[in-house]
Design a binder for this molecule. Structure first.
Ligand code: ZN
Length: 113
């Protein structure tokens, strides 16, 4: 099994007392290694989909975009929902600043997607 990660950073605001962070977003994918090649993950196909969703959050007040309180947990769930059609997506990690992050697996929220 191969695990691959795409990383993006956004500078955005959130919270009741509006303040900003650099949020680091990690998109983790898993694929089988078949005949010494990773099956099922095509970065050229996946990257534009991620960039589209990430661009919607960058330089915004995130609470307004995702329509719920923009905790790291809710941001991760939002990203999983937006990217649910990417079959190889395994989890999303959202860092708020450098000292706190959440990781949520796609399989954990599947019933809500
Ligand atoms: Zn904050």
């Amino acid at each position: 099994m191969a695990r691959l990660c795409i990383i993006r950073n956004i500078d955005s605001a959130h919270g009741k007392n509006i303040h900003g962070h650099t949020f680091r977003l990690e998109f983790n994918f898993i694929g089988e290694v078949v005949n010494n090649m990773v099956d099922n993950i095509d970065f050229h196909e996946i990257s534009p989909k991620i960039d589209k969703v990430v661009d919607n959050l960058n330089h915004t007040y995130i609470d307004d975009v995702i329509k719920v309180r923009a905790t790291v947990e809710n941001i991760a769930i939002y990203l999983l929902k937006e990217l649910k059609n990417i079959e190889s997506l395994y989890s999303v990690v959202v860092y708020e600043g450098q000292e706190k992050y959440v990781e949520i697996l796609k399989s954990e929220v599947k019933e809500n997607l």
